[in-house]
Ligand binder design. Structure first.
Ligand SMILES: Cc1ncc(COP(=O)(O)O)c(C=O)c1O
Length: 306
């Protein structure tokens, strides 16, 4: 259960948690058209709360809206302000922020071009998405029987609500099979991403991750990790990855706002490397946490003070 907070921002107003409801004829509930984001705010070692890469998340929200021909009624600046305000009014020092743009009630049927485009920003407390143990010792993943959407079926660069049924099905299949997370291949059989994470593998000291022409979300943590890895002097290539390359990797890890940097220690019952968290994953993970909540101030442009 999500811990209840006091207020939720809806269409420019702060509404009590219990009153933050929508009508059952809300178009998005029926057809899934809408865009959303997931953003984290961390309390840093100096006591300040900062939102991580807020601008990039709101830019992606607007990109997602553009892809699905939706126009938020609020500007980027107004939505960014709502993201920091929702933390302040709820007295949250850390948390997960969920902005959404969705199609409201009015007409039914698929087209409904004149229904309002509504905006909301919610915040809640969220610890480690896959658990503290996962961050420390890694997870077991299953290659899903579901493929990631073909690039002509959906718009993978958009964080679009309806597309997530694919993720939910893959995640459920993995969990019901006794695994922690799913890895989806694309319709050509190449490694795509997790149900809500981008994926990286390490082989002979080189890091690889699917390039952006693959059916993947352009993850903000992915881009963060690419930057940090290169700053660390590590070699990183964006390219297609096959299932066997994945299974034979020395290290595998997931990245995502929710999952942060989560090591993968097993894929389809094969140990990855020694079956423990590898040295490059450890290095990237610890640098990531230093940047988001530690003393590393090399990227002040990524932090927005609350
Ligand atoms: C399908 C999918 N891939 C990747 C990611 C990671 O993206 P980010 O690092 O921007 O959170 C997410 C999470 O938003 C996701 O839902």
């Amino acid at each position: 259960m999500v811990d209840k907070v006091q207020k939720i921002w809806i269409d420019g107003a702060l509404v009590d948690w219990d009153d933050a409801n929508v009508h059952i004829l809300t178009h998005t509930i029926h057809y899934g058209l809408g865009a959303f984001e997931g953003i984290r705010a961390y309390k840093r070692q100096n006591g300040q709360t900062t939102v991580f890469r807020l601008k990039e998340h709101i830019d992606r929200l607007f990109d997602s809206c553009k892809l699905i021909l939706m126009k938020p009624e609020y500007t980027r600046e107004q939505i960014m302000t709502a993201c920091t305000e929702i933390l302040r009014v709820n007295k949250m020092e850390e948390g997960y922020i969920r902005p959404m743009v969705f199609v409201g009630e009015g007409a039914m049927g698929i087209y409904a071009p004149n229904n309002p485009h509504r905006t909301t920003v919610i915040a809640w407390k969220w610890g480690a998405y896959l658990g503290e143990e996962a961050l420390k010792n890694g997870i077991r993943a299953k290659i899903s029987s579901y493929s990631r959407h073909h690039i002509n079926v959906s718009l993978a660069k958009g964080k679009i609500m309806g597309q997530y049924t694919n993720s939910v099905l893959a995640k459920r299949e993995a969990k019901l099979g006794g695994y922690d997370e799913a890895i989806l291949l694309d319709t050509n059989g190449y490694v795509s991403e997790g149900s809500g994470e981008n994926i990286f593998i390490v082989k002979h000291g080189v890091i690889y991750t699917p390039d952006l022409s693959c059916s993947i979300l352009s993850g903000i943590t992915r881009e963060t990790v690419i930057t940090l890895a290169r700053e660390e002097g590590l070699t990183l290539q964006e390219c297609r990855i096959t299932r066997d390359q994945l299974l034979l990797a020395d290290e595998v890890f997931f990245t995502g706002t929710a999952a942060e940097v989560t090591p993968v220690r097993e894929v389809d019952n094969r140990s990855i490397g020694e079956g423990a968290v590898g040295p490059i994953t450890k290095r990237i993970q610890s640098r990531f946490f230093e940047v988001v909540r530690g003393n590393d101030t090399t990227h002040p442009e990524w932090l927005t003070r609350v």
